[in-house]
Structures are given as structure tokens and as C-alpha cells.
Ligand binder design. Structure first.
Ligand code: UT7
Length: 335
């Protein structure tokens, strides 16, 4: 059986920096609250007219990843696109990427697993490569959160956390034993679907109903998050799924060279770091600069860690995510 290796990485974030102080001018919030609870100092938001969208940012990240992989886009046989904030209700972002990158009629698959989207996406890609069906797969995580946040005090518990951006990876078939993606581990728990969700407009709650009800408080078309409940579940599931991945490969926490947690909240990453007794060098966080970019957060962080020389050949790299669904997952990689 083949294995998949990450042959190229790239990311893109919009130029427009939005600091906590910027937010405090339009929302009743402040830098101290945001930093203390989340670690976030600033995030990027698409600016109207800057030419970005979820799929366009995905293309920008993908082009960098392809260049670094030294693979022409014609060699890509499958696009997997993870997002919770697609340009359109349908079709998904994958086909838009395909069109913008002038790719042939290769399949484009969209993944709807929110903060776990990238881990789910590389797991799917890994299966296609392992079975020999494809040799090169482009995996993208991209989010335009700012297009759909409640930027008033009513939405402050959610809106200060999220940022825009995209990350991409090229997965390539490898025949090197014991290297590349060693295993992936995926889970979900639909009982908590509504604890972090955006309900409408949807087929269950369509535009005329929303207009007729004219809701003022529980606004269905903005994201809802039961923050503390999500936090409590996140710390448990992150730890479980990292342990599951380590055990499956006969590894222990001391073998981890780099943990890239989904950038949900710096406090969650720090909690996990402590649980596994990892040093600051063994965990990569950049939520301070970008906020939580959902499906894009892991590929952006992975790319930055790699660019900074923090990931070396032979290293054990662990990706772990938790988010809406609830969904969670991990990937254990020997670089
Ligand atoms: O990536 C997907 C997974 N997502 C997560 O993992 C997020 C998990 N949850 C969290 O990170 C935290 O729950 C939050 C950072 C979202 C919120 O922190 P919290 O400590 O759970 O705050 P809270 O929602 O319990 O709110 C505490 C207080 C409330 O005021 P009162 O009722 O105590 O007077 C809120 O109204 O803080 C208030 N508050 C704010 N104050 C200033 C909520 N948002 C803000 C804000 N600025 N932005």
C-alpha cells in the first residue's frame, strides 16, 4: 500500500488587519477581555472590494502549495475543499477553485466539517492515495468568516474570535516506508450539532420565514456558540483524539516534535499542551495574529511552522482539531 506525504504547503490571509481595539470601536468589547479569554490580538478580515472570497483565497494558498510541491496543476487529480463559509450556498468551493485554476474535469469534493474540516479533508485524501486511486491531491481549507458575523455587541461572544484566511496542502503518493501520513482518526457527535451552528437560511428555515418572524434576539443567520460548553468538550476531545493517534502508532507524547492544534482558542491549546507536558517548542500557535480561521487554521499554522523551520524531516507532527458538529480528529505524520 502507498502512503501520502505532504509535498507542498501554502497559505494566504487578507491584508486587512483588524485589531481588538478596532473591534472595540464598533462592539462593546475590549482588548483585555479578548486577549485574556482567547489569546487573540488581531485577525484578518476581507475588505469589501479587495477581490477576495473563500474560493479565491483558497486559490491563492493553493498556488503557493503547488509551486512548493513543484507539481504542475495539471498533475492534480482531485481537489478537496473544506469550508463552512462557501462563496455560495451551492455549488461548493472546490469546483470554483478548479475553474479559476483552469484545471481539467478532475473531481472536486467539498468537506463540511467546520473546524475539523482540514483534518477530515486530508484523511479523505490519504485514503484515495493509499488505495492507489490518485497520486496528487490538492487539499484546501478556506474561510470568509467576516462576511457573515454579527458585528454588533449582540454577537460579541462569537464575532471577536473568527478571522479570514486560507491554507492548502498538496498530498502526493510516496513509497517510503514509515513516512508521511501514518494515520488519521475522525469522530463526530451530532447530539451537540446546535451548540455551535448557523441555522438559517436553510431548507428548515428559509428566507420568507425569517423575514416573517423578523427575529431580534436569536438571530438564526448569524453563528451561535454555547462557548463554555464547546470549550469543555473541546479540551476533552482534543486530548482523546491525540492519544488515540499516538497509541495507534505506538508513540507517546514525548515523541511529538510538533503539535499543530486547530486554533480555536489559545487557552484550549495551552490546556492541551499542559496535559501532554509539551514544551512551547512542541506546540505551534498563531491564533494571536489570525484569530480562529476554522478549516483554514491548521493548514495556515502548519505552513507557518514549516516556513519558520520548526518542522524537519523525520519529525512526528500531530494535527488535531475540534469544532462544530461536534466533529473532531487527528492526523499523525512522520515528516
Ligand atoms: O473553533 C470552534 C471551537 N470553538 C471554541 O473552541 C470556542 C470555545 N469557547 C470559548 O473559547 C469561550 O467560551 C469564549 C472565548 C467564546 C467565551 O469565553 P467565556 O469565558 O466562556 O465567556 P462567556 O461567554 O461565559 O461570557 C462571560 C462574560 C459575559 O458577561 P456576563 O454575563 O458575565 O456579564 C459575556 O456577556 O463576558 C461577556 N462577553 C464579552 N465581554 C467583552 C462575551 N463576549 C465578550 C466580548 N467582550 N467579546
Amino acid at each position: 500500500m502507498y502512503t501520502s506525504k505532504i509535498s507542498g504547503l501554502g497559505y494566504y490571509v487578507p491584508e486587512n488587519v483588524v485589531t481588538n481595539d478596532d473591534l472595540s470601536k464598533i462592539i462593546d468589547t475590549n482588548d483585555a477581555w479578548i486577549q485574556e479569554r482567547t489569546g487573540i490580538k488581531e485577525r484578518r478580515h476581507i475588505k469589501k472590494g479587495d477581490g477576495n472570497s473563500t474560493s479565491i483565497m483558497g486559490v491563492k494558498a493553493a498556488k503557493i502549495a503547488l509551486e512548493r510541491a513543484n507539481i504542475p496543476s495539471d498533475d492534480i487529480e482531485l481537489i478537496i475543499f473544506a469550508t463552512l463559509s462557501p462563496d455560495m450556498y451551492f455549488p461548493g468551493g472546490g469546483v470554483r477553485v478548479q475553474d479559476m485554476m483552469n484545471m481539467s474535469t478532475i473531481p472536486a469534493l467539498d468537506i463540511r466539517n467546520q473546524c475539523s474540516g482540514f483534518v477530515y479533508a486530508i484523511s479523505v485524501a490519504d485514503q484515495f492515495i493509499k488505495t492507489g486511486m490518485y497520486k496528487n491531491i490538492l487539499v484546501i481549507g478556506s474561510e470568509n468568516h467576516s462576511g457573515g458575523l454579527d458585528m454588533t455587541t449582540r454577537g460579541r461572544g462569537v464575532s471577536v474570535i473568527f478571522g479570514d484566511g486560507a491554507g492548502a496542502a498538496v498530498l502526493t503518493r510516496s513509497e517510503e516506508e514509515g513516512k508521511g501520513i501514518l494515520s488519521t482518526h475522525l469522530h463526530s457527535e451530532g447530539a451537540h450539532a446546535k451548540e455551535l451552528s448557523l441555522e438559517g437560511p436553510s431548507t428548515e428555515y428559509w428566507v420568507p420565514e425569517i423575514i416573517a418572524e423578523n427575529p431580534k434576539d436569536n438571530i438564526p443567520y448569524y453563528p451561535y456558540m454555547n462557548g463554555q460548553f464547546v470549550f469543555k468538550n473541546a479540551v476533552v476531545r482534543f486530548s482523546e483524539v491525540i492519544n488515540e493517534g499516538l497509541q495507534a502508532n505506538n508513540l507517546t507524547a514525548t515523541d511529538i516534535n510538533m503539535l499543530i492544534p486547530h486554533q480555536a482558542n489559545l487557552r484550549i491549546s495551552q490546556f492541551v499542551q499542559k496535559q501532554f507536558r509539551l514544551s512551547d517548542d512542541q506546540v505551534y500557535n498563531n491564533i494571536q495574529k489570525y484569530g480562529n480561521t476554522t478549516a483554514a487554521s491548521i493548514p495556515i499554522a502548519l505552513t507557518e511552522a514549516w516556513e519558520e523551520g520548526k518542522i524537519k524531516e523525520g519529525d512526528i507532527v500531530v494535527l488535531a482539531a475540534f469544532g462544530s458538529g461536534f466533529t473532531w480528529g487527528s492526523a499523525i505524520i512522520r515528516w
